[in-house]
Ligand binder design. Sequence first.
Ligand code: SF4
Length: 179
Amino acid sequence: MAEKPRVATASLCGCFGCHMSLLDIDERILQLVDLVTFDRTPLTDIKTLGDCDLGLIEGGVANAENVEVLREFRRRCKTLVAVGACALNGGIPAMRNQFSLAECLHESYCGGIGVHNPGIPNDPEIPLLLNQVHPIHEVVAIDYFLPGCPPSADAIWTFLTAFLEGRPIAFPYTEIRFD
Ligand code: SF4
């Protein structure tokens, strides 16, 4: 029997809403489990990434660890997909781009409302923040962009089934409208 396509997913600087939308395919998840093998993904809690056919990335690139994870996904995944507004254009995390990193850190840890014991965390375990939040295509090449905040479960399902069956990716209007 032919080996099933391997699929990995990751959340960079995102809210996990895009992963929740994937789970919102509800009982179709059973079909998906029949069609693919999951590699590294928060859905299985597998932490190491193997060679994969498809990688789905949620979230923008906000820190050094995000860059590392994204580059590894690009190396390991034949096809890489930007899932959701944060991955496509930085989304909500990129709202901090209008301020300097120093201003953001000061607001969050020193001078902002409700801050007690001011002090910027400085532990080597904490990934270094980038000056700005970047969409993932600014760091690696991306094969497909799946818009939405989050993309609907139906749109994710349409993408996955078309991709896995080797059909052209096309969405009905109802799955890709945002008004
Ligand atoms: Fe969350 Fe929306 Fe960003 Fe997805 S696109 S990670 S749902 S904020």
